[in-house]
Design a protein around this ligand. Structure first.
Ligand code: FMN
Length: 319
């Protein structure tokens, strides 16, 4: 997610779940081909399994960017066919590609020829006045024929006229049944559902119908839920028993980053929801907001903030 799932965020989330697959922010093929690759694509070895999400529509550029991603060590290349922003429409990629399924399929085929790692697509159920029955089917069948390894479906249409990207994440309504029907029609294709899934318990219900679940805002805004992913969905112990332990495990990474010149706030801004809804959470947030932004702020600020959270609130919480 743009501006959210940067490297620091992903290192943090990986300390909460070993099994969930993490995704980068969308990176355009232009940025990858012509920009500062080390800065854009570099990641910490702990982040695996990690998917690189591409924005683009020119098959040759998608293939070249996918090869670069594979060389950097990413585990999956994902193509964005769901982002509704104007900047993205002008570049002829994102959700507007729902109207060009042949071009999407060509892009997938080009990437499949170029890399060995899985190539996946994230799309909507349709855009604007498209009929979701035919639009989603057409896109899915095209990318499957092109060799896509999985399809992630944000279960609502995107409206490219008249709605902001933010509004497009809550309006129009979700249609989970449409995604379940796609899975029934394509039983051999891994289908992952996304959109409005607020808890791991809800995720479990979707897994009766589809192969996987993608959490966006719930994972970012309430990251403590991720501590329950491994035990609840994979029957394994979480990497750390509590959020406090996970933060302790993150300290060496933070110290290393601070020594490289990263500001503390660039990392701790992703911790805002760590103790969402528990006593002391507000004091934790306020301490980080006030002291974490000061020049030279170090890990002591984070330790002080954690100390403001009630001890019993640091135990694992229900998802
Ligand atoms: C701040 C923000 C940035 C996002 N950036 C991306 C992105 O780069 N690529 C993408 O496929 N979706 C992006 N999304 C959409 C989410 O991946 C997801 O599809 C959407 O929020 C619905 O799922 P949710 O209800 O679980 O959040 C973004 C969402 C938010 C809130």
């Amino acid at each position: 997610m743009m501006d959210w799932t940067d490297r620091h965020c992903r290192v943090f989330h990986r300390l909460l779940t070993r099994r969930a697959r993490l995704y980068t922010e969308m990176l355009t093929t232009g940025a990858i081909l012509h920009g500062d690759r080390a800065r854009l694509l570099g990641f910490d070895a702990s982040e695996h399994p990690l998917a690189l999400q591409l924005g683009g529509s020119v098959p040759r550029d998608l293939a070249a960017a996918a090869v670069i991603g594979e060389d950097f060590g990413y585990d999956e290349i994902n193509l964005n066919v769901g982002c509704p922003s104007d900047r993205v429409k002008e570049g002829r990629f994102g959700a507007c590609l729902m109207a060009e399924p042949e071009l999407v399929a060509e892009g997938v085929a080009a990437m499949k020829r170029a890399v060995k790692i899985p190539v996946t697509v994230k799309c909507r159920i349709g855009i604007d006045d498209q009929d979701p029955e035919t639009a989603l089917d057409g896109l899915a069948r095209g990318v499957i024929a092109a060799g896509a390894d999985a399809l992630i479906v944000h279960a609502r249409k995107a409206w490219l006229k008249g709605l902001s990207p933010k509004e497009n994440r809550d309006i129009p309504p979700l249609d989970y049944d449409r995604v379940y029907r796609l899975k029934r029609a394509l039983p051999h294709m891994p289908i992952i559902i996304n959109g409005g899934i607020a808890s791991i318990a809800e995720a479990e219900q979707h897994l009766d119908h589809v192969d996987g679940v993608m959490l966006g805002r719930a994972a970012y805004q309430e990251p403590w839920r991720l501590l329950t992913v491994d035990p609840e969905l994979f029957g394994q112990a979480p990497p750390h028993a509590t959020m406090k332990e996970a933060f302790e495990a993150m300290m060496p990474y933070i110290e290393h980053e601070l020594a490289r010149g990263t500001r503390l706030h660039a990392i701790t801004r992703h911790f805002v929801g760590a103790f969402h809804g528990v006593p002391g959470a507000r004091a934790f947030r306020r301490h980080l907001a006030e002291h974490g932004v000061k020049p030279g702020a170090g890990v002591a600020v984070l330790r002080e903030a954690i100390a403001l959270v009630e001890g019993r609130a640091l135990a694992p919480m229900a998802a």
